[in-house]
Design a protein around this ligand. Structure first.
Ligand SMILES: Cc1ncc(COP(=O)(O)O)c(C=O)c1O
Length: 441
């Protein structure tokens, strides 16, 4: 089916996925259609790669709201913001520590910057099959023993787990390491006391938000935030880095959407909307807990991310049944549970549907819960920068053990690599590989 036909068809299901606006203009924006507002940098319209008037003012307004040194508008998603942040801070040969649950764009950033990676394994929760926080003591000793230019991590995780960024930023500063926090899934944090504090407020040098994921803006809208206290770097370097990756024809509707989104979130209406959303989610959770539904929660969890499991059914089967029987689609699932993202556009009616379906979904009393297996520590044989454009051959899976992968093995979502190019194939990976394995020669 053509894209045009696809979009003209009525969607016969309820989606708890990104983007978060529920396919409705969520905040008022002074444009009626993309066409009416689609301009290039004509006279008086400013220039995103060197902003001097309206774009500079809009970025300044958002920067004041978020209390940053500078906030850059990005029209190509957090992916581009991550690449630009890495380019600004990492030079060829710099050692970089990267949390293994980072999005694949970080690996691509390592190829582009020629930074040398050491991977850092976050804590795991086997009962839920997810990565959780960064262990502070382990990070401290890793940073003290090595000389890293930057530490790159994700917080919150897809499932809403937040690490202690305040402590992590103190450790990073003490060790003269820049802290880049991929906060793609945490764009609402500045606008509610009931949500965790933002990474920038807690001392991260740089943070990245995807406004489409939770904050009701259109796909591809993102911001790159620089901390007021960042050390030894000229902010212009970030602009220079952004200009390498960002289009020279940015979409004005998207730029206006970023401005409108943050302005709305910062208004009384926006803050009330988040408050009501959290209230409705809490009510939904309370009721569902009486029906054998368990939610992932911890002391600093983002409540807008419903990662849940139900007694008597695996995560995979729950996902299938919710879709087949109730036409409800989750963002992602694993052997244990399903993730229903409740961004700012999640209505009471949508939550009601989810609740009713989860109550009714059929389960099996003899079902035995499974614990999840996690990937082993990666064995990096060739640094990311040296993996691009290598000669490779296809071999049988049985012969691939300890050979060097030329492929990214990456379930999407969440977009976290379980094997990257340049890493040795370990026994654990074999179950995930197809018969023909691409290995570097
Ligand atoms: C943690 C994380 N960071 C970055 C990205 C990339 O964001 P975007 O789609 O806005 O480019 C994603 C996308 O799923 C993500 O989950």
């Amino acid at each position: 089916m053509s894209i045009i036909k696809l979009l003209n068809k009525k969607l016969e299901r309820t989606i708890f996925t990104t983007p978060s606006h529920n396919q409705k203009a969520f905040f008022s924006q002074n444009y009626e259609s993309f066409y009416k507002n689609d301009f290039s940098e004509i006279e008086g319209f400013d220039n995103l790669s060197c902003p001097k008037s309206s774009i500079l003012m809009a970025q300044g307004k958002v920067s004041d709201i978020l209390d940053t040194k500078h906030t850059f508008f990005i029209t190509q998603g957090s992916t581009t913001a991550i690449l630009a942040a890495m380019k600004a801070l990492i030079s060829p040969g710099d050692k970089v520590l990267v949390a293994r649950n980072c999005h694949k764009s970080v690996f691509n950033g390592l190829i582009l910057t020629a930074g040398y990676v050491d991977w850092f394994m976050p804590e795991v929760d086997k009962e839920w099959g997810i990565y959780t926080k960064i262990d502070i003591k382990k990070l401290n000793s890793t940073l003290e023993l090595n000389d890293y230019k930057a530490f790159i991590m994700t917080s919150p995780t897809y499932e809403g787990v937040n690490s202690d960024i305040k402590k992590i930023s103190e450790i990073c500063k003490r060790n003269d390491t820049y802290l880049i926090v991929d906060e793609a899934h945490g764009s609402l944090y500045n606008f509610s006391d009931e949500l965790p504090d933002s990474a920038i407020n807690q001392g991260a040098d740089v943070s990245i938000n995807s406004l489409h994921k939770t904050a009701g803006a259109l796909n591809q809208t993102a911001i790159l935030n620089i901390n007021k206290n960042i050390r030894n770097i000229d902010t212009n370097l970030f602009q220079k880095a952004i200009n390498i990756f960002q289009t020279t024809s940015p979409s004005y509707p998207l730029l206006a959407n970023i401005e409108a989104c943050i302005t709305y979130l910062n208004s009384k209406n926006g803050k009330d909307e988040i408050k009501n959303l959290i209230l409705e989610i809490e009510k939904t959770k309370k009721e569902l807990k009486r029906f054998g539904v368990e939610f992932y929660e911890d002391e600093n969890h983002d409540p807008t991310k419903l990662f849940l499991k139900k007694e008597g059914i695996s995560g995979y089967d729950l996902s299938d049944s919710m879709y087949d029987e109730f036409k409800i689609e989750d963002e992602l699932n694993n052997s244990i549970g399903c993730l229903y993202l409740c961004g700012i556009g999640t209505t009471k009616q949508k939550l009601e549907k989810l609740k009713n379906a989860l109550k009714k979904v059929r389960t099996n009393p003899s079902f035995e819960p499974i614990t999840a297996e996690f990937q082993p520590f990666p064995l990096v044989k060739i640094q990311p920068v040296d993996t691009f454009n290598r000669n490779f051959i296809f071999i049988n899976k049985e012969d691939s053990l300890l050979k060097i992968s030329n492929k990214m093995l990456l379930p999407y979502p969440p977009g976290i690599g379980i094997l990257y190019p340049g890493e040795a194939i370990q026994k654990w990976h074999l179950d995930y590989l197809n018969n023909n394995v691409e290995v570097i020669i």
